[in-house]
Design a protein around this ligand. Structure first.
Ligand SMILES: [Fe+2]
Ligand SMILES: [Fe+2]
Length: 398
């Protein structure tokens, strides 16, 4: 999954019902939350040495199991459909690419030469690009959290870790496909010589320890809307990271990013198909779920990120990807517009009064977001420069 993001669309007050963009111009500002999770204060690196767990991260009030039992039955009744329509979006392992296809071959006598070439190509790429790429890699590396999330979902979770239901088969195989993304980016970055691997690895450990807070309430309606959004968003961001690598002269890195982006696209096809089917079976429940997720906003999976020193590392990273056009507020609006069209939300009929209100809300959201995005990008002109631990504290413009 992954990734990415709605960088600047994260961590909002839980009761806010109106859509608003946080200020990109002031990315260090904290956001209101409602409760704290985890252990330790984690306020300084020195302090963390004595605090082996993870820093306190404020999360929203945890709403669980909000989906009624009759809706759980819908997912049971969809199992044959899922076998035929969802599992087809997985690639057979023997046909899948592996990280090794893109990396120097350590068995080869030419290994050292290949590493040297990789490092020479990486030398031409600016630091801010590496901040964006490291953030993508860290997001991919928090995969245990995403598999955990899928296994919290009522009606589709893998009850045994080897359950034969199509939902469980999907979850395990999807995880196995995703696992290659973090592996490949991690190995590339390690070999590039451009980043501080230990501090990146520490960020990954913190992030997996913190989890995520997408507010999906154990509901596959909510979470599959979330994953539809995220897979498309991730495909866009990996695609843009690839285009930038090409512009900086590293066509091999461009291929890596493009290959990951096409996996995300395939995953998007599966998740959007599930929601399309839910719209067919239960249009009212599905449009209410879509409106609910859009009111909460789709947060980036890695929004609880911490590197051991910068408590706003996620906002800072998000500001960099926005500035580099790797993933922007415009992309968020584009993803939403695409999904609303893909699911033909405007054409839904036979809805309850509440369902019609949700439909109106969702259909009116894209122009609203676009207006806010224009205002936010005007405000974003005054930017700061800050050090990033991931690149040995070198300064990067936000
Ligand atoms: Fe994916
Ligand atoms: Fe991924």
């Amino acid at each position: 999954m992954a990734l990415q993001l709605t960088p600047f669309l994260t961590s909002k007050p839980m009761k806010s019902l109106s859509f608003k963009l946080p200020s990109i111009a002031n990315p260090s500002r904290g956001s209101p939350k409602s409760m704290s999770s985890n252990l330790g204060s984690g306020s300084t690196t020195k302090e963390n040495v004595n605090k082996p767990s993870v820093p306190r991260r404020e999360v929203n009030v945890q709403v669980t199991h909000s989906m009624p039992p009759e809706k759980i039955e819908i997912f049971k009744s969809m199992e044959d459909w899922a076998k035929k329509n969802v599992l087809v979006h997985l690639n057979p392992v023997e046909k899948c690419w592996q990280p090794q296809d893109f990396l120097p071959d350590s068995e080869s006598d030419e290994f050292e030469e290949q590493v040297k070439e990789l490092r020479e190509r990486a030398r031409e790429i600016p630091d801010d690009y590496f901040v964006a790429l490291v953030g993508s890699m860290i997001t991919e590396e928090a995969l245990p959290t995403y598999q955990t999330m899928l296994n919290t979902l009522d009606g589709v979770r893998d009850e045994t870790a080897s359950s034969p239901t199509p939902w469980a088969i999907w979850t395990r195989a999807w995880t196995a496909e995703e696992n290659r993304h973090g592996d490949l980016l991690n190995k590339y970055l390690y070999l590039s010589g451009r980043v501080d691997m230990k501090r990146i690895e520490r960020t990954i450990q913190y992030l997996i320890g913190s989890g995520m807070d997408p507010r999906t309430e154990n509901s596959p309606y909510l979470f599959f809307i979330y994953t539809s959004f995220q897979e498309r968003a991730t495909s866009i961001s990996h695609g843009n990271t690839g285009k930038l690598a090409k512009a900086h002269g590293d066509t091999k890195l461009a291929r890596i990013c493009g290959t990951i982006a096409s996996d995300e696209k395939r995953h998007e096809a599966a998740y959007t198909k599930i929601i399309e089917k839910l719209f067919e079976i239960d249009p009212d429940g599905t449009v209410l779920a879509l409106a609910d997720m859009m009111r909460k906003r789709i947060t980036m999976p890695a929004h609880l990120m911490y590197d051991g020193c910068d408590h706003n590392i996620f906002s800072h990273y998000s500001a960099v990807v926005q500035r580099l056009s790797v993933y922007t507020a415009k992309d968020y609006a584009d993803v939403l517009e695409f999904l609303v069209g893909r699911w033909k939300v405007e054409n839904l009929t036979g809805l309850s009064a509440e369902g019609r209100r949700a439909q109106d809300y969702v259909c009116g959201l894209v122009p609203k977001i676009r207006r806010l995005e224009e205002r936010a990008s005007e405000r974003a002109k005054d930017t700061l420069t800050i050090p990033f631990s991931w690149i040995s504290d070198r300064q990067v413009k936000l």
